[in-house]
Design a protein around this ligand. Structure first.
Ligand code: AMP
Ligand code: ZN
Ligand code: FE
Ligand code: FE
Length: 286
């Protein structure tokens, strides 16, 4: 992948985006186009447990004069708490990364089968195959199960599917095997990337942040759709204290969660430049 000209100092980036290679609804090309329309100068693709969309998105961004950062969002855990780790500047051909991703995806597919089996026991005759056909990707998740339930008329809305069946602790919820945060960060570093903790404000557990910083975390997603201005301020202070890079993004899933969010969170170019500087001395480097 060629690296285009660096982001203009007045430009903005959206570094948290999903396509239909995981649970978003846009193709990489549609997402790049919408990024351009939103006036963004740089975009990162961070699909759940996959980098499959990155090459297409890189090409689309190149054609539009947008800087592109290949990434992924890995579901991990630290002391039994789920954390999402964003990997940026990943080598999308790295054999170890691809082998691990294959395992995560197998776990996701098994989990869909288990959720369908639970639903069947609850007299909801959803077939796992229906979910796979609808998802049409290797990283299926609960949003796809919820969409299939609506499509088949078992629930009126995605919210209802989550509330009644799929939320943590609900009747068809299935826990997911997760890689440890330490292993996820190692994997990201092995693949040449930087590891950033996604949406810390949603975790409601700031204690993990100094812990992860000590274990190799490179950055903190201070700006996110679901962060209030106060939360962003709080995490900016924390990032400064812990010497972590600052990132931000909309977490756009296309039409899967209401309106497309791309461009509604704008990261100033200076932060992206600092993130790139952190590549010269990643926290995980020996
Ligand atoms: P999974 O990777 O299968 O655990 O699914 C996680 C995805 O489900 C994320 O994109 C979440 O934003 C989405 N999700 C989690 N809880 C809800 C909810 N209550 N309503 C809608 N989407 C949700
Ligand atoms: Zn998602
Ligand atoms: Fe996430
Ligand atoms: Fe996300």
């Amino acid at each position: 992948m060629n690296s285009p000209a660096p982001i203009n100092e007045n430009g903005f980036a959206d570094l948290h985006l999903h396509t239909l290679f995981s649970d978003g609804t846009f193709t990489p090309e549609e997402l790049a186009l919408r990024g351009g329309q939103a006036g963004l100068a740089a975009l990162a693709l961070t699909d759940h447990d996959t980098v499959e969309g990155c090459q297409r998105m890189a090409l689309a961004c190149e054609g539009l004069g947008i800087e592109f950062i290949p990434g992924a969002e890995l579901t991990a855990e630290h002391h039994d708490r789920e954390v999402h780790l964003l990997g940026y500047f990943l080598d999308v051909h790295h054999p170890t990364l691809l082998a691990e991703i294959k395992k995560f995806q197998a776990v996701r597919q098994d989990r869909v089968r288990e959720m369908a089996a639970k639903l069947n026991q609850l007299n909801v005759p959803l077939r796992a195959e229906t979910v796979f056909e609808l998802a049409n990707c290797r990283s299926p998740g609960r949003p796809h199960v919820a969409r299939a339930m609506v499509q088949e008329g078992f629930c009126a809305s995605l919210e209802e599917a989550f509330e009644r069946f799929l939320k943590k602790g609900r009747s068809a919820w299935v826990p997911k095997y997760k890689i440890s945060a330490l292993d996820a960060m190692d994997l990201i570093h092995q693949a040449g990337g930087l590891a950033v903790l996604a949406h810390p404000g949603l975790n409601r557990n700031d204690d993990v942040i100094p812990d992860l910083a000590g274990l190799g975390l490179d950055g903190l997603e201070c700006f996110h759709t679901r962060h209030t201005a106060r939360m962003s301020e709080h995490y900016l202070n924390m990032a400064q204290r812990l010497k972590l890079a600052v990132t931000g993004g909309s977490d756009c899933h296309g039409f899967s969660k209401g309106k497309p969010l791309i461009g509604t969170v704008k990261l100033a170019a200076v932060y992206l430049e600092r993130l790139k500087e952190a590549r010269q001395s990643p926290a995980g480097a020996a």
